[in-house]
Design a binder for this molecule. Structure first.
Ligand code: GTR
Length: 364
């Protein structure tokens, strides 16, 4: 593993040079300025929860695979200052005499294949039967029901309902993350669900989304980012694989316009991605990489998870112990930070879910 470069921006040093020593300084000064950086310069600002947000149960049935699991389709509806919008989400809830914890997957793959209500198609990407049989509600929404995954000038999708614009306004990843926050608005009110144990989970572009959602919304008590790479868990400075210029050229609509100024100019970043991860403290942060995923740069993902540990220190919690990336299949954990390197390619597999679940279960 490469040495962590000393020139990286420091979690514990504010923009004005103040050293951050206490939880109060962290929460009162440093955390807000880091969050502001990611909102203004990277992913973009988004609207507040709409006042008229409402949820409608579209269908609620016993699942086809178990009498003890309810399959539910819901629809969130709201208006912005420029129009109305709605999007569906999907819940598989195991019967229990207590509220159950939730895995909220940001689905950035085919909805037909990964959120099949008839359960004719099973994928490890969203292992509904596995999650529900382990006592978790499996909840998901399809990102393209919020905003399509292509460059359309932000003229369709949820962004059209609001008049936010300019260099610092939400890109598509922020729009997807905003969707997770609205699903959380429902979870909070559903007595079958344990709102204090909601993990937001995502793979690759969905992993970037999960991290931004959890950074912005402290109601998520855990986040799992799988192979999230460039502008996800991986450091942007001194990394291999995808660069900011490359991601902005292929996916310019994912981020706010201001992010373009860092193309080939990572040294200008006042915060690097370990500081996005630091915003999760003191909640559970889990980063996973795949050994053959050079484009995402597993070393840079591990380094970032390791460095984020500094913020946990403000809460008397330990981060990851070693700055040396662990070997494949070895899970390493601090008090509320975890990491594993899965052998293989860019993916989210059942093995990954199992590792994450074991981490969460040992931290209840
Ligand atoms: C790639 C992109 C990555 C990652 C990936 C994915 O093409 O360069 O940053 O997000 O897509 O989402 O699978």
């Amino acid at each position: 593993m490469k040495t962590i470069d000393d020139r990286l921006p420091k979690i514990g040093v504010a923009f004005d040079g103040t050293r951050i020593a206490t939880k109060e300084q962290w929460e009162g000064k440093r955390r807000p300025e880091i969050l502001g950086f990611f909102k203004d310069e990277v992913y973009g600002n988004f609207p507040a929860r709409p006042e008229d947000l409402s949820f409608r149960v579209v269908s609620s049935e016993r699942s086809v695979f178990s009498d003890d699991v309810t399959t539910e389709v819901l629809e969130a509806s709201f208006s912005g200052d420029r129009g109305t919008f709605s999007f569906p989400f999907y819940m598989f809830i195991p019967r229990s005499d207590r509220p159950v914890p939730v895995m909220l997957l940001i689905c950035n793959r085919s909805k037909a294949e990964n959120i099949d209500l008839s359960r004719q198609i099973h994928t490890d990407f969203f292992p509904v039967e596995y999650l529900t049989s382990h006592g978790y509600a499996a909840v998901s929404y399809w990102v393209e029901d919020l905003d399509t995954d292509r460059d359309d000038g932000s003229v369709n999708g949820v962004q059209q309902a609001f008049s936010l614009s300019g260099d610092h306004a939400w890109g598509t990843i922020a729009a997807w993350a905003w969707g997770a926050m609205r699903v959380m608005d429902h979870i909070e009110t559903d007595p079958r669900l344990d709102k204090s144990r909601v993990a937001v989970v995502g793979q690759s572009r969905g992993g970037k989304t999960a991290l931004y959602a959890a950074a912005c919304d402290e109601r998520f008590n855990a986040v799992y980012s799988s192979c999230s790479g460039c502008t996800g868990a991986a450091l942007s400075l001194y990394k291999d694989g995808e660069t900011i210029r490359q991601i902005n050229e292929v996916f310019p609509y994912w981020f706010c316009k201001a992010y373009r100024k860092y193309d080939g100019n990572e040294v200008a970043l006042r915060c690097d991605q370990h500081e996005l991860l630091s915003l999760i403290a003191p909640r559970c942060l889990y980063v996973a990489s795949a050994s053959m995923d050079d484009w995402a740069d597993p070393k840079a993902e591990y380094a970032s998870a390791y460095l984020a540990g500094e913020a946990y220190g403000y809460y008397g919690l330990k981060g990851l112990e070693s700055d040396v990336q662990p070997r494949p299949c070895l899970q390493v954990t601090g008090d509320r930070v975890g990491y594993h390197l899965r052998p293989g390619v860019h993916d989210l597999t059942l093995y990954d879910w199992q590792m994450f679940m074991s981490f969460l279960e040992s931290r209840k």
